[in-house]
Each structure stands twice: as structure tokens, then as C-alpha cells.
Design a protein around this ligand. Structure first.
Ligand code: COA
Ligand code: MG
Length: 297
């Protein structure tokens, strides 16, 4: 079951690292990139490594991921060299232009896992695939890129608007401006085409619980299966939004039962509505997610 909530924790904050586990996130993203000042990165690397070492695989309340710095900058190699030996569940790779950089990271992880005695292939990758002007054009390449380790794609509006020299990423009504709606949809499509998790971006206003809930439910209805969080208060609303409700589960059971009763037919009727194969597939997905959550997977 892919994580519903992915909580960012600045890698140099003793206080936030200390509070992170209690937040109840499915995954934590220990950050070495934008939330850490560049002069503090050496310290942050040591803190993140110590955090991983204190919680070895199998003894983790949340999956532990690390966001490294962009591969073309001066920090990424030092980030990886410090954290891989701590056996993180995965690496978040920011500011890529396309699948080629994920491939480069795969090679690096192959080498460092061997060096550090970490099980080969155990470290996953989530790529932030929309933070440069070129990136949206690279999204189509994920479907055919055959990238082992790739577990998810997510998108970000802040760095993209900076890359475009835009003074806002919102439309006058307060929603995402068209450019950001386009890259959001392309991320959803690219992730599904590649068979990996589509992860919704963050909701920056961390005091706006109602807005977070509404936007997260809308994202879940569209097919995103998890979301970035930046504050512990965002974790519970996100976990709820990306879990099937009791009504969803009951409806899915009805759909599956209707198909079972109408054996050998591709379409059945339920409560006056035509159901065909996509409805059955969707119902089976809901039941699989419900079962995975029920057994804590
Ligand atoms: N992880 C763990 N604990 C966190 C946290 C986080 N992401 N965000 C806040 N907390 C803790 C705070 O330390 C505080 O505890 P304290 O009073 O014991 O120090 C408590 O939760 C309440 O925090 P609050 O006062 O409401 O927020 P803040 O002003 O301290 O922090 C942010 C606000 C946005 C700076 C903070 O939430 C944060 O650093 N978020 C992550 C930023 C990040 O990683 N960005 C990179 C990806 S975009
Ligand atoms: Mg950023």
C-alpha cells in the first residue's frame, strides 16, 4: 500500500525530527534540500543519518525517505554518501528535467548500496518531475523508461513558478493557474502510465484544515493516492482523505457482488446504473486499499 501522507521534516531541526514520528504519517521525508540552508547541510546530513540509524528497517513507525539535493549541484553526492548506509526506504529526487536523471540516481544507488552493505534494490525513488521549465516535457518519457526503484511521481508549484519568473502560481479565484493545473494532470497521467504512485503536492496554508480536506478529497477522487504534508496537523486529514470511506467500501462490495451474480457478462445493472469493466476494476482497487489499510500494510 503506497503511503497516503508524506510529511516533510527539515533535516537540521532537532525539534521537528523529535516530533516527526508522533505525527502518524505513513512516510516522513527527511529534507536535505530547500528547507536546509546550504551552510547547514553537512550538519543536516549527520542528523539525518543518525535518525535513520536509530530506526533500522523493521523498526520504523513511518517509512523513512530522504530528499537529496538536485543531481547537477554540488551537494547530491555528499547527501547520498551520507544517508544510503542508513538504509532509507527511499530517496526523493527534486528538480529533474526527465527520466534520465532518475536513471543516474539508480546507478548511484546500485553502487552505494553495494559499498554500504544495504540490500540491493531496497531503496526506492520518488521524483519531483515538474520543478523546471523543461520538466513537463519529460513526463511523457516515464511510461517507457523502465526505471526499477521508481515508486512515485509528484509535482511542485513553488519551484516551477520561480523557474518561470512568475509572481504567482494562482488564478484570480485562488485555485492553481492553468500552467500548474496542466503539470498536475500530466503528473497524474505520467505516474499511472509508468505504474507508480501519483502524489499530490502540498497545501501551503497549514492552518487551513477545511481547505486541505476538500482539496485532498478532490485529489483522491481524481486518482492521486497520497499527498505531501509540511506540518504534523496536516497528516490526519490527508490520511483520511486517501483512505476509502465506509460508504466507498460498501458500494465497492455491491459492485463486485453484482458482477459475481451476473457471471460471464461484461456489463450489469446496479440501482438503475450500467456498470462495466472499469467500474469493476475501480471497485476491486477500493477493496484492495481498504484491506491493505485494515491489516496495516
Ligand atoms: N515536522 C515535525 N514537526 C513539525 C513540523 C514538521 N514538518 N512542522 C512543525 N512541527 C512542530 C513544531 O516544531 C512545533 O513544535 P514545538 O513547538 O515543540 O517546536 C509544532 O510542530 C507546531 O508547529 P507550529 O508552531 O504550528 O509551526 P512552526 O511555525 O514551528 O513551523 C513550518 C511551520 C512551515 C516552518 C514547519 O511546519 C516546517 O518546517 N515544515 C516543513 C518545511 C519543509 O520541510 N519544507 C520543504 C518541503 S516544501
Ligand atoms: Mg523546492
Amino acid at each position: 500500500m503506497p503511503p497516503r501522507s508524506w510529511l516533510f521534516v527539515p533535516g537540521e531541526s532537532e525539534r521537528k525530527l523529535g516530533k516527526a514520528e508522533a505525527a502518524g504519517a505513513d512516510a516522513l521525508i527527511l529534507d536535505l534540500e530547500d528547507s536546509v540552508a546550504s551552510g547547514r547541510r553537512p550538519v543536516a546530513r549527520g542528523m539525518v543519518r543518525a535518525y535513520l540509524d536509530a530506526r533500522p528497517p523493521g523498526r520504523r513507525a513511518s517509512a523513512l525517505w530522504v530528499r537529496i539535493n538536485p543531481l547537477d549541484g554540488p551537494d547530491a553526492l555528499a547527501d547520498l554518501a551520507s544517508v544510503v548506509g542508513g538504509a532509507p526506504d527511499g530517496i526523493m529526487l527534486p528538480k529533474i528535467d526527465g527520466p534520465a536523471e532518475v536513471q543516474r540516481l539508480i546507478h548511484g544507488l546500485d553502487t552505494l548500496e553495494a559499498r554500504d552493505g544495504v540490500p540491493p534494490g531496497s531503496i526506492g525513488i520518488v521524483a519531483v518531475a515538474t520543478e523546471t521549465a523543461a520538466a513537463p516535457f519529460g513526463l511523457g518519457g516515464f511510461a517507457s523508461a523502465r526505471l526499477p526503484r521508481l515508486a512515485g511521481l509528484t509535482w511542485g508549484a513553488e519551484d516551477l513558478s520561480a523557474a518561470l519568473g512568475a509572481s504567482t502560481n494562482q488564478d484570480p479565484a485562488g485555485g492553481w493557474a492553468l500552467t500548474y493545473r496542466i503539470v498536475r494532470s500530466l503528473t497524474l497521467l505520467a505516474a499511472n502510465a509508468a505504474g507508480v504512485q501519483p502524489i499530490e503536492t502540498l497545501h501551503a496554508d497549514f492552518r487551513d484544515e477545511a481547505g486541505l480536506r476538500a482539496a485532498s478529497l478532490a485529489a483522491a477522487r481524481e486518482g492521486f493516492t497520497g499527498r505531501i504534508a509540511i506540518h504534523p496537523a496536516q497528516v490526519a486529514p490527508i490520511n483520511e482523505a486517501f483512505a476509502p470511506t465506509a460508504a466507498d467500501v460498501a458500494h465497492a462490495r455491491h459492485v463486485v457482488a453484482a458482477f459475481a451474480a451476473g457471471a460471464e457478462t461484461g456489463a450489469v445493472g446496479l440501482d438503475g446504473m450500467m456498470l462495466d469493466m472499469p467500474h469493476l476494476k475501480q471497485a476491486q482497487l477500493v477493496l484492495a486499499r481498504h484491506a491493505a489499510l485494515a491489516c496495516g500494510a
